[in-house]
Design a protein. Structure first.
Length: 256
């Protein structure tokens, strides 16, 4: 299958690294999903959103279409993009272990890349608010974007509009797989937007969500994709450390 055409650029890949961390943003690095928060509080609400997620899992609709409808419900309700930024800055919190996790990765030459189905301007706004602008600017973000119209309405600009995922996250991983000496790839995720990446990491971490809606875990269990559950990044860090140090192999971690 050919790769979907990308409407947005990719950062250069890290050809000389032995380990790479790629992570979903919403509900993984943050304690709650910002797009879900907007939809539940400013858009068509939680019940319809959850139905959309379940329809994605059962194949009744695509993530691209369901996610577009979610965000349209916020925009058509009259909420500007700048208003959404402010609401998210006030309400979205950081995973309690992420700062230490990121500091360890930075100190041990392990790049951390955010791979998100969200929109880059919202991610940047919230990330800089949570960890400071300097650290936020160091972290690469591969995501979708936004189109803001003259009348104030806005809509998501998909990275891969021809893909049912809107953003096929596997395309951030597969170039590393093609390297002559590919690095060990850690991927962190929590939900339906991470399905496209789930099969392609060496070690997949799936976050246990406080809401109990473990859509990615349900998908991986159904599809036989081995993964490690984690509650926050402080629980994941010792596992990553053990693999980077060579104390454990990925296979040993997954067999535990």
């Amino acid at each position: 299958m050919s790769a979907p055409e990308s409407t947005l650029p990719y950062p250069p890949i890290h050809k000389d690294k032995k380990f790479i961390v790629l992570s979903d943003w919403d509900g993984t690095i943050t304690t709650r999903d910002s797009n879900d928060y907007m939809t539940d509080h400013l858009g068509y609400g939680c019940e319809k959103r959850r139905k959309g997620n379940l329809d994605i899992l059962t194949g009744r609709t695509t993530f691209r279409e369901s996610f577009r409808e979610m965000l349209e419900s916020v925009s058509t309700a009259g909420h500007t993009f700048e208003e959404c930024k402010e609401v998210l800055r006030e309400n979205i919190k950081l995973d309690p272990g992420f700062k230490d996790f990121y500091a360890w990765c930075k100190g041990n030459d392990v790049p951390v890349i955010i791979v998100s189905s969200g929109m880059a301007p919202l991610i940047r706004a919230v990330l800089s608010n949570l960890i400071g602008e300097e650290s936020a600017n160091e972290i690469e973000i591969i995501s979708n974007d936004v189109t803001i119209h003259p009348d104030g309405k806005w809509e998501i600009k998909y990275r891969h509009p021809s893909s049912g995922f809107g953003h096929d996250k596997s395309q951030a991983i597969l170039p590393y797989r093609a390297l002559p000496n590919p690095p060990t790839l850690f991927f962190f995720g929590d939900g339906v937007s991470d399905i496209s990446a789930a099969r392609h990491a060496d070690l997949l971490f799936v976050k246990v969500t406080s809401s109990g809606d473990n859509d990615l875990s349900s998908y991986c269990t159904r599809e036989g994709i081995t993964h490690v559950l984690f509650e926050d990044f402080s629980r994941a860090l010792p596992v990553v450390k053990s693999v980077v140090a060579g104390d454990k192999t990925v296979a040993e971690v997954l067999d535990r």
